[in-house]
Write a protein that binds this ligand. Structure first.
Ligand SMILES: Nc1ncnc2c1ncn2[C@@H]1O[C@H](COP(=O)(O)OP(=O)(O)OP(=O)(O)O)[C@@H](O)[C@H]1O
Ligand SMILES: [Mg+2]
Length: 322
């Protein structure tokens, strides 16, 4: 079955200029370094990788919350990374974000209604339409109509995240970047929030880019998975393929580190320790970004950055050894 592409990321780069104490530029922190992939309509694309590898920066650059240094993001036949401001305004409501921390993401001085209706007002809805939509949205996330006059601090973490979800889906988006939407929540409500996201995806035909630290959870929720290392996408494939037949040494090590409590994943793999320290993204190795920690690295790996190649149908990796 031919799948419809919703979003195409091409050679995307986001560098943060680093300055010394005196304000002089000392280099670039390559948070997203030439990343290309597509996201299909209706899928959940999971992004994994160690803290600082660039997951949030990639998502935020796709959403135009950060300006790309180069590359493009094609959404609905338009390159939204290089669009005049007025044209982008028409599209921005279609791409939304759900933040990790529902405590700091919601302005405590606003009522639930004000929080949820903000994107609607921006989209030019009347007061009456907003009111109706807020009621509908609260119902969608299993909250009461009366809650709309309360302030976000009156709610628990799980409820606040549901307010965040209502706000994200308010303006009829097509794409949502869920940036660790459950990691700040109590374990007891994590499944509830994940299930709600899944149900809404079905109901509203949403496409997700999803990040989380819990690999078994990403495996469970994602159709396809991308593995990032130091700003680079090193592997991409269906969730099954990546977990059952990981290709890149980094992915193998990541998966082997999952506690055996998940028998489905623990079964085949022997624990492969990742050697050494994660290099600073300020001085990422020149060739393959993983070469300083890879047990198989050769001189070629240290000199030449491997291409991101399709090794098996739909399964890509960036490694000279494959
Ligand atoms: N605004 C910024 N200015 C400078 N550097 C930044 C900025 N935002 C992120 N970085 C750096 O970019 C790199 C990627 O960060 P990012 O937050 O995207 O990683 P991440 O994969 O989302 O990590 P985590 O799993 O901890 O959320 C890190 O080295 C980080 O320190
Ligand atoms: Mg992050």
């Amino acid at each position: 079955m031919e799948q419809e592409v919703l979003l195409e990321v091409k050679n995307l780069k986001k560098y943060f200029p680093m300055k010394n104490f005196f304000g002089a530029k000392i280099g670039d922190l390559k948070a997203v370094d030439d990343v290309s992939f597509v996201i299909y309509k209706g899928e959940t694309f999971g992004l994994v990788g160690e803290s600082g590898c660039g997951k949030s920066t990639l998502g935020r650059t796709i959403l135009q919350m950060l300006e790309a240094d180069s590359g493009s993001v094609i959404f609905k036949d338009k390159d939204i990374a290089n669009l005049p401001k007025d044209k982008w305004k028409e599209l921005r409501s279609k791409l939304q974000i759900i933040f990790q921390d529902p405590y700091s993401a919601l302005n405590p001085n606003w009522t639930v209604k004000e929080l949820i209706q903000e994107p609607l007002k921006n989209a030019g809805m009347s007061r009456k339409q907003c009111d109706e939509r807020v009621r509908e949205l609260l119902k969608m996330v299993n909250m009461n109509e009366e809650d709309m006059h309360k302030f976000s601090y009156e709610f628990s973490g799980g409820q606040r995240q549901r307010i965040g979800i209502a706000r994200a889906v308010a303006s009829y988006p097509e794409f949502i970047f869920c940036d660790e939407p459950i990691s700040a929540l109590d374990v007891s409500v994590q499944a509830q929030v994940v299930n709600m996201l899944k149900d809404l995806q079905q109901e509203l035909g949403l496409t997700y880019l999803f990040t989380a630290h819990d690999l078994s959870m990403v495996h469970h929720i994602s159709d396809r998975i991308g593995v990032m290392y130091l700003g680079s996408m090193v592997e991409l494939g269906t969730s099954e393929e990546v977990f059952e037949n990981p290709l890149h040494p980094y992915t193998k090590a990541l998966i082997s580190a999952i506690p055996i409590a998940d028998p489905e994943l623990g079964r085949k793999s022997q624990r492969i320790p990742i050697q050494g320290e994660l290099p600073s993204p300020m001085n990422a190795p020149k060739g393959c970004r993983f070469c300083t920690r890879c047990p198989y690295a050769t001189d070629k790996c240290r000199e030449e950055r491997p291409e991101f190649r399709e090794i098996r149908p739909g399964h890509f990796a960036r490694c000279h050894m494959l």
